[in-house]
Design a protein. Structure first.
Length: 587
């Protein structure tokens, strides 16, 4: 043997004789140095854990042991590491959840309370009641329909004043024209869309109307699988991935007669607005990004490229792009909507929800996609029915005084939020001041990171995380790596504090049906994602630079109906949601 490469090969292959021969060749005679090197290897060819190594690890975990305690630990730590290696021989698809129960309780521990104000006394869902309106007239220029809310489009399609095929072709043309500007589409689904639209027209002509989504084109965040098309998760390592299955949400929307026209961009592995094809742009100002991670659904909906979209949220991924794109986004209760066929990032926090042009649109989409699913044990049956006649003044509404009053008076968003409170008061809503739990909410954020690192364990260990576009400190590759050092005990302890947060939020909702808060005020966004509470984010103004701002309403667990009624009441009294950007297609 003559080279260091040969020595490395021998070292890793456990050829002790060859390794010692190499040491002799280079004057490393005897057994002292080679013996020390060899002794630091365990049976898998990895340096053995010693006192010094353990002492450094203690510092990472904020602990300190004595040398005697370390000596007792060493053999057990080697056994644990051996277990890790054996477990890693088992291939784990992203779709496999942990067996430990991470499901947030589908019912608060209160007695004699209906889970949803729109439910009947026996728990069955009441009939859906939409706001009454005569069927609109067909416009001379069909492109005027691009920004119509789902409710008006549905009335037009049901009355057969426009066909689904016409709508679909119009949206496909806009996708082709404006996606070069916005970079919000990963895969167009033209052939599927045209076939679904033709089927919808045939059924409607035959009197088989399936409901308000029948014939309406929509877009899916590309972490939802759709048979026959790539499901890229926005990440280069998975850009060729094809999952031979339809996500439950995709199947349910198809059953409702909706038409899938595109799989929309998301920040790589559901973080930010940068994916392997570039950065998704903001329709109000294409020089800016559209936030994330539901960047494509937000941009496409705001730009009038789809009738509605499905996004996902773990920590702000619906609220944030809804805010900057000026659309209405609903994050349902954890467990309200099946996640089967969706990329897993955090099994205990991921939620799927609609991004639309109005609150009532979100309600109608939720009506179609909610419910239990045998393929997703976290999804539950809980009554939901939309009742557009509920008046906000009949609801008990809280406001988080501290979050409103802690902001600078010259902050434009803060001014819009104060105006929102005044609008609610004019509607007859009596606002009750509330306080959120006094717990270290931000300190629990590593729960998400630990679960995400587990979901993409193989990506990290294989080194393919280097293929992700964003390679900065605050991006997944680095977060996945550093999350490997989160102690299991600390993860469990954080979840125990999370239990206290859930109990405290349950106490808050003993007094109210919903509350209003600044969309990014304090820790409210993270808190409610950890506790699983639903939220609806709606536009509430525009800055002097022409950028949308938003306000967020938060509801009790599985109480989306009163939550949406409150948000609709606000939206009916304003027109921010009805405005849309004026796009100029690139030449």
């Amino acid at each position: 043997m003559s080279s260091a490469d040969d020595a490395t090969t021998a070292f890793r292959s456990r050829d002790r004789r060859a390794f010692l021969a190499w040491c002799s060749t280079f004057g490393l005679g005897g057994t002292l140095l080679p013996g020390i090197l060899w002794a630091r290897l365990d049976e898998g060819g990895i340096a053995k854990i010693d006192r010094a190594m353990l002492a450094h690890a203690e510092q990472l975990a904020g602990l300190e042991f004595t040398d005697d305690e370390r000596d007792l630990m060493l053999a057990g730590l080697e056994e644990q590491r051996s277990s890790y290696r054996r477990l890693r021989t088992v291939a784990l698809a992203n779709s496999v959840p942990p067996a430990v129960s991470l499901r947030i309780s589908p019912r608060p521990p209160r007695h004699a309370r209906a889970p949803d104000s729109a439910s009947t006394s026996d728990g069955a869902s009441a009939a859906t009641r939409v706001a009454p309106a005569p069927p609109p007239e067909r416009p001379d220029d069909l492109e005027e329909l691009a920004f119509w809310p789902l409710t008006r489009l549905a009335a037009l399609v049901q009355a057969r004043r426009v066909t689904s095929l016409e709508l679909t072709r119009m949206y496909l043309a806009r996708l082709e024209r404006f996606d070069p500007l916005l970079s919000c589409v990963i895969t167009r689904t033209d052939s599927l869309a045209l076939a679904q639209a033709e089927r919808a027209d045939e059924e409607i002509a035959a009197g088989k109307y399936r409901g308000p989504l029948h014939g309406i084109p929509w877009g899916a965040k590309d972490l939802l699988s759709a048979r026959g098309y790539p499901t890229t998760w926005g990440a280069k390592p998975f850009r060729e991935q094809s999952i031979d299955d339809d996500a439950t949400v995709v199947r349910r929307l198809e059953a409702a007669g909706a038409v899938l026209v595109a799989k929309l961009a998301l920040g790589a592995l559901a973080w930010g607005d940068v994916w392997f094809g570039g950065r998704t742009r903001n329709p109000w100002d294409p020089a800016r990004g559209s936030s994330g991670s539901s960047a494509g659904p937000g941009a496409a909906t705001a730009a009038g490229l789809v009738g509605f979209a499905i996004g996902s949220e773990t920590w702000g991924s619906i609220v944030s792009p809804s805010t900057v794109c000026g659309v209405t986004g609903l994050r349902p209760t954890f467990g309200r909507v099946s996640r089967h066929g969706a990329m897993a990032l955090s099994w205990s926090m991921d939620k799927l929800g609609p991004m639309c042009r109005s609150v009532e649109d979100c309600a109608l989409v939720l009506q179609a996609i909610h419910g239990a699913d045998e393929n997703d044990p976290s999804a539950v049956d809980a009554p939901f029915a939309w009742d557009a006649s509920v008046e906000p003044r009949h609801l008990r509404v809280g406001w988080v005084r501290a979050l409103f009053e802690s902001r600078a008076p010259d902050d434009e968003s803060a001014q819009h939020d104060q105006a929102t409170l005044e609008t609610l008061r004019r509607l007859g809503v009596e606002l009750v001041p509330i306080e959120l739990p006094d717990l270290p909410v931000a300190a629990m954020s590593f729960i998400l990171n630990a679960e995400a690192a587990a979901a993409f364990d193989e990506l990290t260990r294989s080194g393919r995380d280097d293929e992700l576009v964003r390679q900065v400190r605050v991006a997944w590759p680095n977060v996945f790596r550093q999350s490997r050092l989160i102690p299991a005990v600390e993860y469990i302890q954080a979840n125990r504090v999370r239990t206290l947060a859930m109990r405290a939020m349950d106490a808050v909702f003993e007094r109210i049906d919903a509350y209003v808060a600044p969309s990014f005020g304090g820790d409210n966004l993270l808190l409610t994602n950890l506790t699983g509470h639903p939220a609806v984010c709606v536009p509430n103004g525009f800055t002097r630079a022409g950028q949308p701002t938003s306000i967020t309403f938060i509801g009790d667990l599985f109480a989306e109906a009163p939550l949406l009624a409150l948000a609709k009441g606000y939206q009916d009294a304003t027109d921010f949601h009805a405005r849309h950007p004026n796009l100029v297609a690139p030449k």
